[in-house]
Ligand binder design. Sequence first.
Ligand SMILES: [Zn+2]
Length: 236
Amino acid sequence: MEEKLTGLILSKTDYGENDKIVKIFTLEKGTVSASLKGVKKAGAKLKFASEPFCFAEFLFSERAGRRTVIGASLNDSFYPVREDITKFFAAGAVLEFIRRFAKEDITSPNLFFAAIESLKQIAYGNVSPRRALSEFFISALKTVGYALNTDGCFTCGKSLNGRVFFDAFSGGFLCEDCFNGEGREINYATYFALKKTENNQETTEEENVFVLRLLDFYIKTKTEETLNSVRELLKL
Ligand SMILES: [Zn+2]
């Protein structure tokens, strides 16, 4: 049986002497695994289709529930992400986020299009890769049910100025009066930068780092996992 799916390569692992197994985030079926035969040989024509970031129409043959990629027509490889270390880790963080949240056989067109859009931004846009990644996280966290709530104090609704506390379990921010020990104090500048990012206002690179640190902390609290690419991005 043959099947055509639009997808994005998330990761690859070696299999046997010449083959690879790839994890693909597809528009139609969520994440799927598939093998690519002979792609480690010199001149293999589907080698490009085994590389992370490859966004293509994949043609699979399926037998006994196992997929093999037998054809691929490239939409984009987001090539510039391989030439710039900041772009590389920002784009890598997008793939890591999807690997963490996308599920086998559960489709998420919102997450799919957000990922493609942000890879485009990171590869070709003239916006900071850290900013593009923060925008992706803010929208993708909403999609997976972990929306941040930056509309003033989460408890009393007052607008926040002065001391701000972040409760990573609820994704909300609190004023000094409502803070009851759950969560931790954050810099007002971080909260302000996050709001600016959400509202499509310009941010400095320093602010982008503040926002990314907060999002990294939030994702880690929610998933008990660290996205390694974000850590690398924050070290640069
Ligand atoms: Zn309050």
